[in-house]
Design a protein around this ligand. Sequence first.
Ligand code: NDP
Ligand code: TDO
Ligand code: MG
Length: 289
Amino acid sequence: MRILVTGKDGQVGWELRRTLAVLGDVIAVDRTQLDLSNPEQAAGVVRALKPQVIVNAAAYTAVDKAESEEPLARTINALTPGAMAQEAAKLGALFVHYSTDYVFDGEATQPYRESDAVAPVSAYGRTKEEGERLIRESGAHHLILRTAWVYGVRGKNFLLTMLRLARERDRLRVVGDQVGSPTWSRLIAEASAALVQKTAKSPVAETLNLTSQGQTSWHGFASVIVARGAELGLCPNVPVDAIGTADYPTPAHRPAYSVLSNEKLGSTFGVALPDWKTALELCLGDLKV
Ligand SMILES: NC(=O)C1=CN([C@@H]2O[C@H](COP(=O)(O)OP(=O)(O)OC[C@H]3O[C@@H](n4cnc5c(N)ncnc54)[C@H](OP(=O)(O)O)[C@@H]3O)[C@@H](O)[C@H]2O)C=CC1
Ligand SMILES: Cc1cn([C@H]2C[C@H](O)[C@@H](COP(=O)(O)OP(=O)(O)O[C@H]3O[C@@H](C)C(=O)[C@@H](O)[C@H]3O)O2)c(=O)[nH]c1=O
Ligand SMILES: [Mg+2]
């Protein structure tokens, strides 16, 4: 099985190179080989390589910057994935794509299910939501995996930012009124490989939530990062103050509540990620020197 992975050095793409390696020949590419800001070029690469599976881990993920660069974010997150999925449809290939909790407005009070109405409140969220639609409309076999609050041992993410800030500052201020589910990139990649193995050879068209169990606020996440990080010698144990969203102004609006129900992932595919604290502990173990 030939598997094309885009965004090979991103948080998820990096981990996919390892988890997919046991399933077939992985061709992992970065923007120099496949540029998602250029739909024709990206589609041409898919046409030339003729993979049986495409895992699109590349994306425009700078949430605040997307507010002033929405056309570029739209090309990368929606138009090009749509064009690549059309090529996948012609090849009969499986197209695996990642989406986000930010497709929801955050007004819910219980975990979002896949069938709940989307209503993004940011440019990033709008471009990711459009990407989902274009992939569904392409006619390709597809898995759209909605994940959230992704962190890991490399790349730009909240875990590494909090450890760094705890080393640089006397105290941290972090929003306590945005609630979601932190999810380790490695577990996303493990689950993705399991799903590819289960679906690569049969027709599939599914949107699935894929996050760690449990929920917390960014402040709750930061508090555990600093407390455990200090115990592991990764940062000093500085105080972490809870603040409101209004006290931390950003260009993009973020959903206040974006917990995703993983019921469908478990009942349909028998896949479940551990709760966020267990996963964070596993990840911190990798950071400890
Ligand atoms: N990060 C998060 O918190 C969440 C992410 N997701 C989704 O999960 C998926 C993976 O995210 P994650 O691994 O965190 O993302 P990262 O930002 O870590 O990685 C994205 C990758 O995409 C690449 N990329 C960006 N622009 C282009 C381009 N024009 N052409 C080719 N490659 C490009 C980047 O390359 P370069 O380094 O050169 O820019 C980078 O390797 C994405 O679909 C994202 O939307 C969903 C929910 C939460
Ligand atoms: C650095 C920092 C951030 N914050 C706030 C800002 C924001 O509300 C929250 C998280 O900050 P971030 O910039 O990491 O968040 P953000 O980039 O919005 O993270 C999102 O990325 C995209 C790609 C997704 O798909 C989402 O699931 C989500 O993970 O914490 C503080 O309160 N204090 C701080 O010191
Ligand atoms: Mg960010």
